[in-house]
Design a protein around this ligand. Structure first.
Ligand SMILES: Cc1cc2nc3c(=O)[nH]c(=O)nc-3n(C[C@H](O)[C@H](O)[C@H](O)COP(=O)(O)O)c2cc1C
Length: 365
């Protein structure tokens, strides 16, 4: 309530700022804002996935809290889980500014940040300081831009964070580190996942069984997706996240000038493509593992559509920019209403119910 009020009051001010300055200010405010623990979520919203018990299925997507500065604030604002990162082993500055653009008329965002982050040691110190605080906090990991052995970066990060991460996301899908997405190619991915899963097994005796998820780009071809899902299943990853930002620019974009900026597009213009790729992944995964659906969720109907396309859990980021933090509470309330109206006792029965139909539609553009 109080937060909703502050959110509404501060929005015009925040919007007047450069988008990246606005974001730094929000992170600072979240770090210092006294937030009370929210009322527990309704039991029907709880979901078990990857061996973890999620109090509700709505997560904060990676990139909002790159340096693990405010995971507890975001949990208190109602998210069922928070994914911090992407974190790389060494700190790096990312691309030159400006590198973050709001496409207001489209309710989209383009970013080419390029994994700007303070590095593993800084994030580890923060996560270790909150260890025992509870809540599901996943760690999204990536390679340094100038790394001579990118797979080795992922291995090191698994070793570094296993004791404090609820789960890992192997991010091979950012468009803003040149060549990173080539790690989705069959032989590179096969090697990467072998090493990552091996690292996870090695640290398990002291860190416990930390789930490993693979986050993919929505721009893969369907034959690439066949390979990716096949390799993920072969290595028994615990789940997949579909997906990251797109390098495509739908013809429907109204902000023509900003649409020409290089980088990954997110928000409302990403919804159709990412939901199609989610359904395509769901039919290929054949329930071998659960999926997290992300891309363009900005309302309760889009959240429900993601679940029906195959998402056991959902994540969002850009929707917060346009709808504010109240979006999370709204989605949870409407999910609960949908469940009760349908006399269902959990969301599980909705997951993927539309996937086959979606994959039969013409390709979204
Ligand atoms: C400014 C910004 C930074 C992001 N940084 C990351 C990142 O570091 N790692 C990552 O895996 N995804 C990153 N993402 C992608 C989001 O996690 C998400 O996959 C994508 O934005 C689609 O969701 P949305 O439409 O709800 O924003 C970023 C997105 C934005 C808008």
């Amino acid at each position: 309530m109080v937060i909703g009020f502050i959110d509404r009051l501060s929005r015009p001010f925040i919007w007047a700022l450069d988008p990246e300055d606005a974001h730094s200010l929000v992170i600072k405010a979240l770090r210092y804002m006294p937030l009370v623990r929210p009322a527990p979520d309704a039991k029907e919203l709880s979901i078990r996935a990857f061996g973890l018990n999620f109090p509700n299925p709505v997560g904060l997507a990676a990139g909002f809290d790159k340096n693990a500065q405010a995971p507890d604030a975001m949990l208190r604002l109602g998210f069922g889980f928070v994914e911090v990162g992407t974190i790389t082993p060494r700190a790096q500055a990312g691309n030159p500014r400006p590198r973050l653009f709001r496409l207001e008329a489209d309710e989209g965002v383009i970013n080419r940040l390029g994994f700007n982050n303070e590095g593993a040691a800084a994030a580890l110190a923060r996560l270790a300081a909150r260890a025992g605080a509870g809540g599901i906090v996943g760690v999204n990991i990536g390679a340094n831009r100038d790394s001579p052995d990118r797979a080795e970066d992922y291995v090191r990060l698994i070793e570094t964070f296993a004791a404090v991460a609820s789960y890992f996301t192997v991010n091979v899908s950012s468009p803003n580190t040149p060549g990173l997405r080539d790690l989705q190619q069959a032989s590179a991915l096969d090697d990467l996942l072998a090493r990552v899963i091996d690292a996870r097994e090695r640290v398990q005796p002291h860190a416990g069984p930390t789930p490993v998820l693979l986050k993919i780009a929505p721009d893969l071809t369907l034959s690439d997706l066949d390979d990716v899902v096949g390799i993920a299943r072969k290595h028994r990853v615990d789940g997949m996240i579909v997906g990251n930002t797109t390098i495509a620019r739908p013809g429907s974009l109204r902000e023509r000038d900003k649409a020409r900026e290089a980088g990954g597009l997110s928000g409302r213009p990403l919804f159709k493509l990412s939901t199609r790729m989610l359904a395509e992944t769901f039919v290929r995964a054949e329930s071998a593992f659960p999926l997290i659906g992300v891309g363009g969720i900005d309302s309760s109907p889009t959240a429900i559509a993601k679940i029906k396309a195959g998402a056991t859990l959902i994540q969002l980021y850009s929707g917060l920019v346009y709808r504010g933090i109240g979006l999370v509470t709204q989605i949870k309330a409407d999910l609960l209403t949908a469940l009760r109206r349908g006399h269902r006792d959990s969301l599980a029965s909705m997951v993927g119910s539309d996937a086959a139909d979606i994959t039969a539609e013409s390709w979204p553009n």
